[in-house]
Design a protein around this ligand. Structure first.
Ligand code: NAP
Ligand code: G3P
Length: 471
């Protein structure tokens, strides 16, 4: 069992209070992290503020070099990081390692992009101000609060931390409770990489106990949050800053408009719906198609879903336990509701505690909760509708607007339909996904505000600083 400590001002904090992190697979204690108290949180922000000006004055190349040293330590320890991740979120070892390697690429790309945050130079000549030249540089906002969710505890943490630090901000980072071991490990690596004291702080503890204390701290200049809609809305209400990037929940639809490539598309849909046991914000969470296409597609989906391996994340099974029993119970509630309203469960709907077998539900109607709510688990509802405009309406009637997929061989038709779907991004002939990490990533409606992605994060964590020369 590993014990990691919170990190404040370059010191590991042991205040005698611990938060036990349980392995969702075997329910054993995977490790412990410091459970910080309110006064500890105040200190973290005070030291972050105190360190920020000096850190911003360090030249960009030196900041990049330090981040690169940190990245090299990740490379060196990637297998250990992956094992820790698996032990606390039940992501299988292979997918955990993939997340770490993906993050290394994200950091490399971010450090390259940081050099291209060129100032904007403008002349006033085109608007009757010929004696003025304006130079608008991007500078740090100050103290950034980064809050990450359980399902990508490494990638969605560093996707915020690295752009913030490399542009001269200092960071207070709150990992999810399930994800805190990995989060605290990031702190450990930052010390080995010799980050200056106070530029990077890791505050651990239950969000429900310290979350509001954290987000209401007056030293915060910007919050980058990834998590659920309720918590995102709570942050909007309680935060001491209005400068927010929120990446929230999703109910991504997959519209299947013809049956020309169903073999290929069905694989995309199964991968999109059941990757990491459906615990992805961008998971495909509903298929909307015609009866005729569904009659061919559903048997393909069923056969592929039934071949998904189920069990231990340590044996790289495809479907592993969801994060906790509460999540499993919620998923069961959605399935039970659909069955009570005459939906047809074609496979799955089998539970071994928080191990949820991959479930395919056909004939889902709009009165069922599973048509609209986010299971965050291995559940795929099929909604059969023969009218294209009605399909698009159902896709858009959701409170969510993260991503969507349109499967259609006629690209012009696919684009025309995609343009009518109200979402941050529509994927044509592919599953919905946030990656590659250099693409802008955004949700509309309840799925979030602001934009993530390498360049977008560098921009959201900086502001213009203008100098106008009069001559
Ligand atoms: P969550 O319960 O909202 O928690 C997200 C983070 O917020 C965690 O670090 C959590 O800490 C913290 N938190 C809890 N209460 C807080 C408060 N009052 N103030 C500030 N922070 C607080 O979400 P999750 O269960 O980790 O992740 C699943 C949800 O996130 C799903 O809805 C999924 O769709 C969404 N998500 C969205 C994206 C995206 O990019 N759009 C990506 C991943 C996940 P504790 O863990 O200690 O409570
Ligand atoms: O839910 C996390 C979200 O960021 C998914 O990432 O790349 O698996 O679509 P990805």
């Amino acid at each position: 069992m590993i014990n990691y400590k919170a990190l404040i001002n370059g010191e590991f904090i042991d205040n005698g209070n611990w938060l036990e992190i349980y392995d969702p697979y075997n329910n054993e204690v995977a490790g412990k992290v410091t459970a910080l108290k309110p006064e500890d949180i105040e200190k973290a922000f005070m030291f972050a503020r105190n360190a920020q000006e000096n850190w911003e004055n360090v030249d960009l190349i030196t900041r990049i070099k330090l981040m690169n040293d940190f990245k090299n330590l990740i490379e060196k320890n990637k297998n250990e990081i992956a094992k820790i991740m698996t032990s606390e979120i039940s992501k299988n070892l292979k997918e955990s390692l993939t997340e770490v390697e993906r993050t290394i690429e994200l950091i490399e790309y971010t450090l390259e992009e940081a050099k291209r945050m060129e100032p904007l130079a403008l002349t006033g000549e085109g608007i009757g101000a010929k004696n003025k030249i304006g130079i608008f540089s991007r500078v740090a906002k100050g103290v950034v609060l980064a809050i990450s969710p359980f399902n990508y505890p490494f990638n969605l943490a560093l996707a915020k931390i690295i752009p913030a630090l490399v542009m001269g901000n200092t960071v207070v980072f709150k990992p999810a409770t399930a994800g805190s071991l990995v989060g605290a490990y990031i702190g450990k690596l930052s010390i080995e990489a010799k980050f200056p004291k106070g530029i990077f702080n890791v505050v651990t503890g239950r969000g429900r106990e310290i979350g509001d204390i954290i987000t209401s701290n007056k030293e915060i200049d910007m919050i980058s949050f990834t998590g659920s809609v309720p918590i995102g809305k709570n942050i909007k209400e309680k935060a001491s800053t209005k400068d927010l990037v929120l990446e929230l929940g999703g109910k991504d639809p997959a519209l299947v408009l013809d049956d020309s490539k169903l073999e290929n598309w069905s694989k995309q849909i199964v991968d999109g719906a059941f990757g990491y046991s459906g615990q992805r914000c961008t998971a495909i969470k509903r298929v909307i198609t015609t009866n005729k296409i569904a009659d061919k597609l559903v048997p393909m989906l069923k056969s592929q879903i039934e071949s998904l391996t189920v069990g231990s994340p340590y044996e790289n099974k495809a479907i592993t336990p969801v994060i906790d029993q509460k999540s499993a119970d919620f998923i069961k509630g959605l399935i039970d509701d659909s069955v009570s309203k005459k939906a047809k469960v074609l496979c799955g709907n089998k539970f071994e505690n928080n191990l949820v077998y991959p479930t395919l539900i056909d004939n889902v109607t709009l009165d069922m909760r599973v048509a609209w709510e986010e299971p965050f688990g291995p559940v795929l509802p099929i909604i059969r509708i023969d009218d294209l405009n009605e399909m698009i309406k159902i896709a858009n009637d959701s409170e969510f607007g993260l991503q969507a997929s349109v499967f259609c061989s006629d690209i012009s038709n696919a684009i025309n339909v995609a343009k009518k779907i109200k979402a941050g991004t529509v994927n044509i002939n592919g599953k919905s996904q946030r990656g590659p990490d250099c693409f802008p990533f955004l949700g509309i409606k309840d799925s979030g505000q602001g934009v993530q992605g390498v360049r977008e994060s560098l921009l959201s964590m900086t502001r213009y600083s203008g100098i106008v020369i009069n001559y």
